[in-house]
Write a protein that binds this ligand. Structure first.
Ligand SMILES: [Zn+2]
Length: 260
């Protein structure tokens, strides 16, 4: 029994990274162009947005660009073309931001929080540990752009662990890459289980070979998250939809097309 009806994959741009950002100690000489995805789930109870892409203003504005993407290791600015803008894609589907009542954020890195500003009417769910980490003044991460989500009028919904939004749409706690990282699993009526790990593992390689993400706050938890997500896919004969895999994205149905 599932309340999910459709799943749209929103390709929100690309980021330029050293491969070691995605795979621990692997591929030190390679630079990757990795997609940035967000997901819109239509349910019988309304729309759920999982992750919020990248805020293109952070690269268009010269001051923000210089502050957040100085030219150094890992500091290449993302590429967002007009077709990648999250609101443009929602418009193509015929969905207004106001139609989206639930937003779930996997973690506080800038490629997942960029468009939160458009959903201040909605309920925004983050793991409590992640929120506390992200709102801490002394955030030890240059991948968090606090002005993208530090608005006083946001309706935060802070959770501890797993959460069923509606039957068939589940938030799965996958801490490790970040203190309160979370993933999503959606059971669709025709195409079955889709598991969206976000950054628990960026690439299929992370799951096929159980390779840790480049960065983690707790390696044991990060490894357990990868194993847990694999088991969900295997036990349900489901499929991964990966946020950052540049090969998988080429065979993924992109909005306005959808999975049902
Ligand atoms: Zn990411």
């Amino acid at each position: 029994m599932t309340e999910a009806r459709r799943l749209y994959v929103l390709l929100c741009g690309y980021e330029i990274l050293h491969k070691t950002v995605s795979t621990r100690d692997r591929g030190g000489r390679y630079i990757m162009a990795e997609p940035i995805c967000a997901y819109l789930i239509q349910t019988t109870k309304g729309y759920v947005l999982f992750d919020a892409g990248f805020n293109s203003y952070n690269v268009e504005d010269p001051f923000r660009r210089a502050e957040y993407f100085p030219r150094r290791h890992g500091g290449y600015p993302p590429i967002v073309e007009p077709q990648h803008e999250l609101l443009t894609q929602l418009e193509q589907i015929g969905v207004s931001p106001k139609d989206v009542g639930e937003v779930v954020i996997s973690h506080s890195h800038f490629d997942h929080t960029g468009n939160i500003k458009h959903f201040r009417h909605a309920r925004i769910t983050m793991q409590r540990r992640e929120y506390e980490f992200a709102m801490n003044e002394a955030v030890p991460s240059d991948a968090v752009i606090k002005p993208d989500f530090d608005y006083p009028d946001i309706h935060w919904h802070l959770i501890d662990g797993d959460w069923e939004i509606v039957p068939g749409v589940d938030v799965i706690s996958t801490r490790g890459h970040m203190p309160g990282h979370q993933s999503m699993a959606v059971l669709l009526p025709k195409s079955g289980m889709k598991v969206m790990p976000a950054d628990a593992g960026d690439l299929m390689e992370n799951y096929d070979e159980e390779i840790l993400p480049g960065q983690s706050v707790d390696d044991d938890s990060a490894r357990a998250a990868i194993v847990r997500l694999k088991r969900i896919v295997e036990s349900t004969h489901g499929e991964f939809l990966l946020t950052h895999d540049p090969v998988l994205i080429q065979t993924t149905k992109l909005a306005p097309d959808y999975y049902e």
